[in-house]
Design a protein around this ligand. Structure first.
Ligand SMILES: [Cu+2]
Length: 89
């Protein structure tokens, strides 16, 4: 996860399946994909919201531009906001 984006993307499987987020206090953030993990396998869940930025401010910027804003701040996942899901048949 410490690799630059072009290097980390090169080692990841192509075709991100889904991203579903829920901000603190409830509600949903528009997911990418339909939320279904239809293929067996190991999935990583990582929060890329930069540490120290108000989550809603970040999400509003994503909603407005369709892209995450540039940030030099470390993402939440470096503080443990990450997990793994194993999908079996
Ligand atoms: Cu987070």
């Amino acid at each position: 996860m410490q690799l630059p984006p072009d290097e980390s993307e090169a080692i990841l499987e192509p075709g991100l399946t889904t991203v579903i987020l829920a901000p603190p206090g409830g509600g949903n953030i528009v997911p990418v994909g339909d939320g279904t993990l239809s293929e067996p396998g190991r999935y990583a869940i990582l929060c890329f919201i930069p540490t120290g930025i108000a989550p809603q401010e970040y999400l509003d910027a994503v909603a407005a531009t369709g892209e995450p804003p540039e940030s030099e701040l470390p993402p939440h996942f470096v503080h443990g906001m990450m997990g793994e899901i194993i999908v079996t048949e």
